[in-house]
Design a protein around this ligand. Structure first.
Ligand code: F6P
Length: 802
């Protein structure tokens, strides 16, 4: 493609030059040929006139107009002579052949013949007009017998042969009177030459010239193309070879020249400098422009040179399960991680390694345990890893969810640390790390490690792939050093995480907690100003990257039911009055989500504001999660009991204040609920970010609805226009519910519009883009460091080559 463009760059000007040449040259050549022919005709005319001269003089002397006519007719046998006329010295037309135009008199003929272009247009075509004197040389006196032919008047236009006779007699008389001793002009021959043959020749010449110029142009174009092709290929091959460190490639042979070894340092330098320039250019473009899937793709292709992206997470983005009818159905899990990372993977392609947890997962994978997803779109590969029940119990339920989860959330649930769980956690981390290494197609892939399930994996991958760029994102909070210190394997966990190139948390607060934890438990060098930790050989950047959602595309929004429609459908489905004020909470059934606290607030609202009884309904969607764990079972029972109590206390026939929907809802159903609601309640006791709050805002293109948000959710830092509450403060939360239920539409609009602008801008592509941009910068820094080290090593202390 590039070659074609290059050739066109040569060819187009060339074609333009050829056309311009043709335009300029053709009229010039035309003029010259015409002048040639005119001159040729003049000389031919002179010859004819000379040849006729004596006979004409004789005929005039003899006063024989008929003889003149015959004479002229004979002369006309020359194919190019069109007509002949004879003028008297005083400008009277004496004789003319039949084709001679009657409207052409002697004066006009004289005028035309003396022009530079003596052409006259007749009906039959152009003629060339030339005049030649007929000279009577001195001669002995001869008496003409012409009395009967004498006439005094000149012939009128359209005169016949008889008329010609009268005029010739007059001319003869004039001749007799003056001639004898000196040459006398007895008349002027007017020769009209047919020019149509010249036109024809001129056309032939033009055609020939156009052909010639076109042929020449074509030959030149071909030569240019071949030369350009050869030199471009040569350059491309050469530069490519240099960039690969192979030396110069001959454009003819395509093989590397013998000088490649000497050129290798130059090639490496060139390669690195090109990359630096490109990175600089990318940075100059600035991070402020909108982030989209396309921009993320472009970033990957440029700053990260299209390197392979591998994601590792416990939860898989698509779960294949057997439906009730035995057919395989695909489910999207209720997971903030999946909500955020999936659109990024769709944009980046690559491979996502995750635990295959669906009961039909094995039936759809290929021999390498891979399946292309999303179903029907096949944007990236999902590589499934199978865990035994023991592995899952120890690594997932045990260490990750009974140990690290409560440890990091500080939600008043005691963490449990068992040695066997730790062993399983280590083993499973190693299995996933091995899978990353197996999936890597280069020595420096970009590995995106997700969450607390894989604290050890970064160092394990680093060991096998030292040049990999490992970005670990911790989706849950990081506690203070004292809280974290109760983990028996705190040092191992920190060391494992410090295998990352970049370690991301949702907030600066969590970054600070992590750095302080490392400071407390490891011998590491911490650069607070740059937020970096150097541990052993490796350096890790610890940075805050608030996660987000994909902002819905216009087409997606168009496919949603309208808000009034969604309100109607949901209220009908739940058996609510059309004017019911509806509050929704959408969570995994997890003790960190503050579901008990929000139920307490609903109860308090109904106590404080009895006017809401019968008019206010709270719907809690609670997707089952980790249900085999005791803490979760207990928690679910407590929520069910509290729900029952509130419903018993305030319920009426046809009115149930709390609806607990403890089932998985797909994204369509969740969206419908969010659009139907008057408010969304997010009261997490501790949450890394909480994406439901952002999904609510994205769902409300009508700019109505109120978000009640826990100050302990990471989202509260960005979404300040929400009603921010302390979920432990029942009174405050109940008041927020009342305020939301009575908030004027204009205030709702102002708050919602502002929230929407924030979430649209700080979308998930920005989250991934910022991390990947930092990764690109990090890689650049590593390259420069390596270059400096090389020059030092090569004994170039001045580092002139840098
Ligand atoms: O909050 C941490 C997290 O990993 C989320 O990213 C995700 O929503 C949830 O936990 C997933 O839980 P699980 O995969 O155990 O159901």
């Amino acid at each position: 493609m590039q070659t074609i463009r290059l050739q066109l760059r040569f060819l187009l000007p060339l074609i333009a030059v050829v056309i311009a040449t043709a335009y300029l040259v053709l009229p010039l050549v035309d003029g010259v040929t015409l002048r040639w022919f005119a001159r040729d005709l003049d000389s031919r005319g002179a010859v004819v006139a000379n040849a006729l001269s004596d006979s004409v003089v004789e005929a005039i002397r003899a006063n024989r107009p008929k003889q003149l006519e015959k004479l002229f007719e004979r002369a006309l046998q020359d194919e190019r002579l069109f007509a002949i006329g004879l003028c008297s010295p005083d400008g009277q037309m004496l004789v003319r052949t039949p084709a001679f135009p009657t409207e052409l008199n002697c004066f006009d003929a004289l005028q035309i013949s003396s022009r530079r272009d003596p052409r006259l247009m007749l009906n039959g075509g152009p003629v060339h007009v030339a005049m030649h004197d007929v000279i009577d040389q001195p001669h002995p006196v001869a008496v003409a017998d012409a009395a009967s032919d004498v006439a005094s008047a000149p012939p009128a236009a359209g005169a016949s042969a008889a008329d010609n006779g009268v005029a010739v007699a007059a001319a003869a008389a004039a001749s007799e009177a003056t001639a004898q001793t000196a040459p006398v002009t007895v008349g002027r021959l007017v020769l009209l030459h047919d020019l149509s043959f010249i036109e024809k020749r001129s056309q032939d010449t033009r055609r020939y010239l156009v052909g010639l110029i076109a042929a020449l142009g074509l030959v030149m174009a071909l030569i240019t193309m071949v030369v350009a092709q050869l030199s471009w290929r040569g350059w491309v091959l050469g530069v490519r070879a240099l960039l690969r460190g192979e030396g110069i490639i001959s454009p003819m042979t395509g093989s590397s020249s013998a000088t490649s070894v000497e050129l290798q340092p130059f090639a490496a330098d060139l390669r690195e400098r090109l990359r630096d320039l490109e990175d600089e250019y990318r940075r100059m473009q600035g991070p402020e422009a909108d982030w989209s899937a396309e921009r993320l793709q472009a970033l990957l292709m440029t700053q990260l040179r299209g390197d392979q992206v591998i994601v590792v997470s416990n939860r898989e983005p698509y779960i294949h399960e057997h439906g009730k009818d035995g057919r395989i159905v695909v489910k999207r899990p209720a997971s903030g991680l999946v909500t955020a990372v999936e659109p990024v993977m769709r944009a980046c392609s690559g491979t996502w390694i995750a635990h295959g947890s669906g009961d039909a997962d094995r039936e759809v994978v290929d021999a390498n345990d891979r399946v292309a997803v999303p179903p029907g779109q096949d944007d990236y590969q999902l590589r499934r890893l199978w865990l035994t029940a023991e592995e899952e119990q120890g690594y997932y339920f045990g260490f990750a969810n009974e140990g690290l989860w409560p440890l990091c959330h500080v939600a008043h649930v005691r963490p449990v640390f068992r040695e066997s769980d730790w062993e399983a956690y280590k083993a499973v981390n190693q299995r996933f790390a091995d899978a990353v290494v197996a999936e890597a197609r280069s020595e420096d892939p970009i590995v995106l490690v997700q969450d607390y399930h894989f604290a050890l994996l970064p160092a394990m991958v680093r060991e096998k792939l030292p040049n990999a760029t490992i970005l670990t994102f911790w989706h849950i909070p990081w506690p203070n050093p004292e809280s974290f210190g109760i983990c028996p394997w705190r040092r191992e966990i920190l060391q494992g995480m410090l295998g990352s190139t970049i370690l991301g948390f949702h907030t600066r607060f969590h970054c600070k907690n992590f750095i302080e934890t490392v400071d407390r438990f490891l011998e590491a060098r911490i650069e607070h100003e740059h937020s970096t930790i150097s541990f052993r050989e490796d350096e890790t950047l610890v940075e805050a990257y608030p996660i987000s959602i994909e902002w819905p595309a216009d087409a997606t929004i168009a496919s949603w039911p309208s808000v009034p429609e969604a309100r109607r459908i949901v209220r009908e489905r739940l058996g609510l009055q059309p004017d019911t004020t509806l509050a929704v909470g959408i969570d995994r059934f997890d003790y960190t989500k503050g579901i008990l606290e929000r139920l307490n607030a609903v109860e308090r609202l109904l106590e404080k504001h009895a006017e809401w009884i019968g008019r206010f309904v709270f719907v809690q969607v609670a997707a089952p999660t980790r249900s085999s764990l005791e803490e979760y079972k207990n928690f679910q029972e407590r929520v069910e009991r509290l729900t029952l109590r509130i419903n018993e206390r305030f319920g009426r026939p046809g009115y149930q204040p709390v609806h607990l929907l403890a089932q998985h809802h797909d994204s369509h159903a969740v969206n419908e609920l969010l659009r139907a609601a008057d408010m969304c309640i997010v009261t997490s006791l501790h949450d890394g970010m909480n994406l439901v709050s952002k999904e609510f805002v994205a769902a409300r293109d009508d700019e109505q609805g109120v978000l009640i948000l826990s100050r302990f959710a990471g989202a509260a830092r960005e979404m300040t226009e929400a009603l921010i509450v302390n979920p432990y403060h029942v009174e405050e939360t109940a008041d927020a519910l009342h305020r939301a239920a009575t908030m004027p539409a204009a205030e709702q609009r102002a708050r919602m519009a502002s929230l929407r602008a924030t979430v649209r801008e700080f979308n998930v592509f920005r989250w991934a883009g910022r991390m990947l941009t930092d990764a690109g910068r990090w890689r650049l820094k590593a390259r420069v460091d390596a270059r400096v080290a090389r020059y030092r090593h090569a004994g170039d202390p001045d580092q002139r080559g840098l």
